[in-house]
Design a protein around this ligand. Structure first.
Ligand code: G3P
Ligand code: CA
Length: 264
């Protein structure tokens, strides 16, 4: 498509800050969410997991080694899996300095803290991360969201809350628990026609890696009545390319670059 065509098709594209504005601030922290909402991202994407004592926390990796100072604080607790630490222990960690000393003192946030940081300002694309490690987490996430006064019904009415996962079994459980919540299937490989058709009976979104996405897949997802957002184009060139192909949303570490392209 021509640049003009891309811009025309891009008018309604949803800009989704991947793990918050994770190119500009430490991923999956309140700071990364604040950066995203301050720069007017439409949605933030987060990864939800669970501590040993049942607290819902936000982190991408299942181990805390990369994005906190867990190795220094708990040197004998390799491999520093989130599920092996209590929330009180997790809260001792610094989740910002690895990214920049400007963010020293950032903590691993709870799901609730993220909701409070973004509600009313940006939508929430909540990934249930590695749910096979956390039996029952689907009901716990839904219960936690329901317990936040005034949040979920409003967010759903405004189209500002979506749950996604690579784990289809987990999404099916979520659908049983809360059929009113729109669900997205994350894909790292191209789906078969059978998978897409079946998914369209209960899922609202197909969210694949841009590397496995082309115009035929976008068209088929649309024919089946679903939307498609791709992860994680991080350059202007890639963003323009997928906007031009007709995606509905772009999940990116640099939502500011995307907003400039979209002229917002
Ligand atoms: O939202 C898409 C993206 O977050 C999926 O991949 O590994 O960054 O969680 P990952
Ligand atoms: Ca994610």
């Amino acid at each position: 498509p021509t640049p003009a065509g891309a811009a025309g098709r891009g008018r309604d594209v949803i800009d989704i800050a991947h793990r918050g504005s994770s190119g500009s601030a430490p991923e999956n922290t309140v700071g990364a969410m604040r950066f995203a909402v301050d720069h007017r991202a439409s949605f933030v994407e987060i990864d939800v997991q669970r501590s040993a004592d049942g607290k819902l926390v936000v982190m991408h990796d299942t181990t805390m080694a990369r994005t906190t100072n867990a190795k220094e604080v708990f040197p004998t607790r390799s491999p520093w899996n989130i599920r092996d630490f209590t929330f009180a222990e997790i809260r001792q960690l610094d989740a910002g300095t690895w990214f920049s000393t400007d963010y020293a003192g950032e903590r691993v946030p709870t799901l609730r803290e993220i909701v409070e940081a973004v509600r009313g300002r940006a939508g929430l694309l909540l990934e249930i991360k590695a749910p096979e490690l956390y039996p029952g987490i689907e009901a716990e996430i839904h219960k936690e969201l329901q317990s936040i006064p005034g949040y979920l019904p409003v967010a759903l009415r405004l189209g500002k809350f979506v749950v996604q996962s690579f784990n289809v079994d987990s999404l099916r459980i979520y659908h049983q628990i809360a059929p009113e919540v729109p669900l997205g299937i994350l894909l790292s490989a191209r789906p078969s026609e059978e998978v897409l058709v079946e998914a369209s009976t209960w899922a609202r979104q197909i969210n694949p890696s841009y590397t496995v996405t082309d115009q035929a897949l976008i068209q088929r997802v649309h024919e089946l009545g679903m939307t498609i957002s791709v992860y994680t184009p991080n350059t202007g060139q890639l963003m323009r390319q997928y906007i031009g192909l007709g995606v509905d949303g772009i999940i990116t570490n640099y939502p500011g670059v995307l907003r400039d392209i979209l002229g917002r």
